[in-house]
Design a protein around this ligand. Structure first.
Ligand SMILES: [Zn+2]
Length: 103
């Protein structure tokens, strides 16, 4: 694992945990298993942006896990916010400074 992208990786790992927990607590899968697989692959392939690069998050729940559809629209998987309601921060450090690491 590259040390440089450790922080962002940690955030993705937390999101994955949260998704798995959400599904475990619910009678049916609230989070599509496709997203869980996506996140698993992201972590496995280690192709996550470097911590020094800009990060985007949902402007509502601040989740870093966003999906982009074929028309280039970003949507938050965690809270299903309206399309393209995201904010971008200079890097993961700035993000963590603002929102902490429990999103
Ligand atoms: Zn959200």
């Amino acid at each position: 694992m590259n040390k440089k992208n450790k922080l962002l990786r940690e955030q993705y790992e937390k999101t994955l945990d949260k998704f798995n927990t959400t599904n475990k607590m619910s009678p049916f899968n609230l989070i599509d298993s496709e997203h869980i697989n996506n996140l698993n692959n992201k972590l496995k392939n280690d192709n996550i942006q470097y911590d020094s690069e800009p990060v985007s998050c949902c402007s509502h729940c601040k989740s870093l896990y966003l999906i982009t559809d074929d028309d280039d629209n970003d949507t938050c998987v965690s809270c299903h916010n309206s399309i393209n309601e995201i904010e971008t921060h200079k890097n993961i450090y700035e993000y963590l400074k603002l929102y902490g690491d429990d999103k």
